[in-house]
Design a binder for this molecule. Structure first.
Ligand code: ADP
Ligand code: MG
Length: 729
């Protein structure tokens, strides 16, 4: 019997690094080559149009339809000079990934021929026939069709022969059907709230921008091996596979030498990414074998989110060219680390002040303390919601396992910052002031040298860690759209800052000095949000108990976590900050539950198929071989000696019989559990049923399959093994 596995393994081994034609220019020269950035706008647009467009981009003024035609003309000219024939509205629907429908620039010319055309109308707004995108029921009437609208704050770019226009995707009645629309609203909310608070310290501030620097982890698998793993192809992860004898015990992969084939892939990827304006900076091996990371320099949040989406699709394309497949799934392999996407998040005012960074004097440091404490307030008040924002059927494997942040949100500040907050909380108020006459009043907040709060005391187990001048949200899934987490974080921050300002202003209105009022409220909040601060080991069991005692959200069931979106506090937050309305939240939750169910459903089906078509036939085949051997031995040696000599084989024959029986019964029960769950109408209940009944069944089946892998002859096993998937590159 020919075994495909040996063929693909041999093929994978033979592969050499692909030739990479590196650009002759330096990165600074080809950076943004395929982006219609400011320099290109300046070149291709009339001066007045350019000025107006910059105003739209920088100050969020309304896009004047009268300039749209001129912008479209300039864009088309630039695009055509780069060989572009098509354009697309590029958006981020709720089913993850991005969506695009390409249209050619052509129109009838009325004389039987064609002309190239691209009007402002087509640039600004479109109505894609996108009725199959999930909407959670918002779009089931004709009037509620979806349309896509240009987001001028993210520049258009070229991929192959297509001009891609970043757009929001909303219903006719204005409900968001994507990630970008609420993200933009949340960025606006945090801008308004943070600017107002900034005015206590810097009256000149007009705008506060949100920064996001993501770090993308991923696995690479040789394409030939991948093609022999239906589970990887259909679900993005291995549903079975025994641990490789060697995996990551030696910690020899992390920051190790990058394998040649991978290095070639990375080079190619980075060139393409830089050409698309993604400022790639860091690349390295990650902890698990065949796991890697790429991180760009941080950017404005909306742009950073687009760039991450773009990078993920670019990765898949470039990997293909190098005969790799990229796995973005959070947990492609059991027993080794999964992949996350750390979201480094901070706020910066337009006077250049990083609001989450310490300053040089007492005043600056009071501002620093305010923004740190209000971030903690935001995370404390909405810790359950923040967790829900990163929960998914796939990230479920990571959160709660001992490698990723636990399924409890807490924040690590480090000793210095903790001490500072404790000092501010406990110090006698007069102590915080250095009173040398009203004019001379100086805050006696200890100075924080920048070098001191560097990366010295890092806590890898914390889901939301302060890292010097930003917070790092580490629970985000590798496959996720960063926007989901950013929407919640920004909105919660906007709410915390708004609430903070309201209380400070009330004290000021009562005649209290501004600085004194700020200190009062900050001290109040330091006490209120104390439960969210945790510098210990987030993986420990004691923490789980302690967190429960502190009243933090400890729910670990993914579909139930989604309930947090519909909590009274959450709805109030989203509505008062003008980010989402109740019906949008309800609709989006329907999509979340439905997506959860579908993902598990697909996995369960693949599990059933593989069990019946691969595992059981192979195991039975081997069993027959052994049986024949036993029979032969008995003939030769007679029953007594034969029995002795065949004892080992008989034991294996029996074990195979038992395990295949359990697997077969397990698959039947799996199907039954699915059928029962499918009858449930309510999406929430259905998702919970899948979580409670289907998932554990799959784990049980897997256990026995992995045991079979250990006893069945290697030459018969058809699925590439972990030692092959993880170590061939
Ligand atoms: P690591 O956390 O692995 O040490 P880095 O220190 O290289 O990684 O930084 C990770 C990401 O954080 C990068 O994208 C970097 O640009 C980003 N970053 C640095 N400073 C800030 C900041 N103030 N706000 C947001 N992101 C930041
Ligand atoms: Mg990091």
């Amino acid at each position: 019997m020919a075994n495909l596995r040996f063929e693909v393994v041999a093929e994978a081994f033979r592969k050499r690094p692909a030739d990479v034609i590196a650009p002759v220019e330096r990165p600074s020269e080809y950076f943004g080559k395929y982006v219609f950035n400011r320099a290109k706008m300046y070149k291709y647009l009339p001066a007045d149009v350019y000025t107006k467009l910059i105003d739209v981009m920088d100050n969020g003024t309304r896009l004047d339809r009268s300039i749209a035609d001129a912008v479209a003309r300039g864009m088309r000219q630039w695009a055509e000079e780069n060989g572009v024939t098509h354009y697309t509205h590029w958006f981020q629907p709720l089913n993850e990934g991005t969506a695009e429908k390409h249209d050619a620039f052509i129109e009838h010319d009325g004389k039987g021929g064609m002309i190239e055309q691209f009007s402002g109308k087509l640039l600004v707004q479109q109505e894609p026939d996108a009725s199959s995108f999930p909407s959670g029921g918002i779009r089931n009437t004709f009037e509620a069709r979806g349309y896509s609208a240009w987001d001028p704050t993210s520049p258009v770019f070229i991929i192959d022969d297509t001009l891609c226009i970043p757009t929001i995707f909303i219903s006719y009645t204005g409900e968001a059907l994507d990630y970008k629309a609420p993200l933009l609203r949340s960025l606006h909310a945090v801008n308004v709230a943070a600017t107002a608070v900034c005015h206590y310290f810097y009256p000149e501030v007009k705008k506060v921008q949100t920064n996001l620097g993501w770090e993308q982890e991923y696995f690479l698998v040789d394409e030939s091996l991948y093609s022999a793993r239906p589970d990887l192809m259909l679900t993005g992860r291995t549903l079975m596979g025994h641990d490789s004898a060697k995996n990551q015990q030696m910690d020899d992969h992390y920051f190790g030498t990058i394998p040649e084939r991978v290095q070639a892939f990375m080079k190619d990827l980075e060139t393409s990414a830089l050409e698309l304006g993604i400022p790639c900076k860091t690349r390295h091996n990650e902890v698990a074998p065949n796991q890697f990371e790429l991180a760009p320099i941080y950017e404005e949040c909306n742009l950073a989110v687009d760039h991450n989406m773009l990078l993920m699709s670019l990765m898949k394309k470039v990997a293909h060219k190098h005969s790799f497949r990229v796995l973005l799934h959070e947990k492609p392999f059991d027993g080794v680390n999964g992949s996350g996407k750390h979201n480094n998040w901070s706020l910066v005012a337009d006077n250049g002040v990083l609001l989450h960074a310490a300053g040089k004097n007492g005043e600056d440091n009071l501002r620093f303390v305010v923004f740190i404490v209000e971030t903690l307030m935001a995370v404390y008040r909405h810790n359950g919601l923040l967790k829900a924002s990163v929960m998914s059927a796939t990230n479920d494997h990571r959160l709660g396992a001992n490698e990723a942040p636990p399924a409890i949100i807490s924040s690590f500040l480090g000793k210095q910052l903790s001490d500072l907050l404790d000092h501010i909380e406990k110090a006698d108020k007069a102590e915080l002031f250095n009173l040398a006459g009203k004019q001379e009043m100086k805050l006696d907040i200890p100075e924080i040298p920048e070098l001191m709060i560097d990366n010295t005391d890092r806590n890898r187990t914390s889901p939301f860690a302060f890292t010097g001048n930003r917070f790092e949200f580490r629970a985000v899934g590798s496959e996720a759209n960063c926007a989901s987490a950013m929407i919640v974080l920004n909105t919660a921050m906007a709410e915390a800052l708004t609430d903070f300002k309201k209380r400070v202003d009330a004290l000021i209105a009562n005649g209290e000095d501004q600085t004194s009022a700020i200190i009062d409220i900050v001290r109040e909040d330091i006490v209120t949000c104390k439960a969210i601060r945790f510098d210990g080991n987030g993986y420990s069991d004691e923490w789980k108990k302690e967190a429960q005692r502190r009243g933090l959200d400890c729910e670990a069931c993914c579909p139930i976590c989604f309930d947090r979106y519909l909590d009274k506090d959450s709805i109030r937050m989203f509505e008062t900050m003008n980010v989402m309305k109740r019906n949008e939240l309800e609709a989006r939750n329907e999509v979340k539950w439905e997506t959860y169910t579908k993902k598990i459903q697909i996995e369960a089906r693949v599990m059933g198929d593989l069990s019946m078509n691969h595992i059981i036939p192979v195991a039975t085949h081997y069993q027959s071989r052994l049986a024949k051997n036993v029979e032969g031995m008995m003939n030769i040696f007679g029953p007594d000696e034969g029995k002795q000599l065949t004892a080992r084989n008989v034991k294996i024959i029996k074990e195979i019989a038992e395990r295949t029986q359990i697997i077969e019964t397990g698959v039947e029960e799996l199907i039954k559990a699915r059928k029962l769950a499918n009858k449930i109408e309510c999406e929430r209940q259905k998702a919970i049923a899948y979580h409670d009944t289907v998932v554990p069944k799959m784990e049980e089946i897997r256990y026995h399959i992995d045991k079979l892998e250990l006893i069945v002859a290697d030459e018969l096993w058809t699925l590439p093994k972990y030692r092959e998937l993880l170590f061939i590159r």
